[in-house]
Design a protein around this ligand. Structure first.
Ligand code: NAD
Length: 247
């Protein structure tokens, strides 16, 4: 299996893309630690679905945007699992509105959850990955981080920030056996995008070269590629998974 004996830590994995990545990694033999905001039915279902694949799994309740919390969680995960080979910075939110209507709070919330969380966890796992002389950091950016989108100034800025963070950490840690990459999904069918409503979904689908929204499993396959030895010479890259939306 592609991820045998590896330990993956994934933020925001109770549902959506994070959950799909957790299940995909587990199906390739990785033990899974994941965090999300609350212990609810989604968290418990994801935990039991991962364990059903025969690997070790533990869920941690935490807000990824809190710096000290991120460090405490990483220490707990190292105590529980012994190492961290893969970090997936997945936790993210939207607070969409046009620039002139955007409040300071909407800007701060999105930047803090989407960008600062990725800094928090990358900063917290780096010492352990350096000790191991092995590690793999994957962060969720977005096509709108590369191209912008009306009504998503805060979100697009946070996802562009993920690209800068990824490319910089890749340069700092590449010599120590640590690869760092980002995935830029396009329009993926999750709670985040379903909130737009059926009519808007149909309109957006018409603009996508593959004429459909992506499935979470399709993003998880890209994450698996980046996390595995198949991508052993890939670092500092942003891999699009968008049905051609960025072309
Ligand atoms: P989602 O809303 O379905 O799931 C996000 C998960 O993150 C939820 O379980 C949520 O509780 C958790 N989360 C939110 N804030 C958190 C915090 N502060 N701490 C811990 N957990 C937190 O979203 P999704 O569509 O699965 O998106 C996952 C990632 O992919 C996000 O970073 C998103 O920006 C990115 N992305 C999604 C799409 C898409 O079309 N769905 C496109 C591009 C990028």
């Amino acid at each position: 299996m592609l991820l045998d004996h590896q330990v993956a830590l994934i933020t925001g994995a109770s549902r959506g893309i994070g959950r799909a990545i957790a299940l995909r990694f587990a199906s390739e033999g990785a033990d899974i630690a994941f965090i999300d905001l609350k212990e609810d039915e989604q968290m418990l279902a994801t935990l039991s679905d991962i364990r059903a694949l025969g690997v070790r799994a533990k869920a941690y309740v935490a807000d990824a945007s809190e710096f000290l919390t991120a460090h405490n969680i990483v220490s707990e995960v190292i105590n529980d699992f012994g190492r961290i080979d893969i970090l997936v910075n997945n936790a993210g939110i939207t607070r969409d509105t046009l620039l002139l209507r955007m409040s300071e709070q909407q800007w701060d919330q999105v930047l803090t959850v989407n960008l600062k969380s990725a800094f928090n966890f990358s900063h917290a796992v780096a010492p352990q990955m350096l000790r191991q002389r092995y590690g793999n950091i994957i962060s969720l950016s977005s096509v709108v981080g590369e191209h912008g989108n009306a009504g998503q100034t805060n979100y697009a800025a946070s996802k562009a920030g993920i690209i800068g963070l990824t490319k910089s950490i890749a340069k700092e840690l590449g010599g120590k056996g640590i690869r760092v990459n980002a995935i830029a999904p396009g329009f993926i069918l999750t709670d985040m995008t379903k909130a737009l409503g059926e009519d808007r979904l149909r309109e957006i689908e018409k603009t996508i070269p593959l004429r459909r929204g992506g499935e979470v499993e399709e993003v998880a396959k890209v994450a698996l590629f980046l996390a595995s030895d198949l991508a052993s010479y890939v670092t500092g890259q942003v891999i699009s998974c968008c049905g051609g939306m960025n072309s």
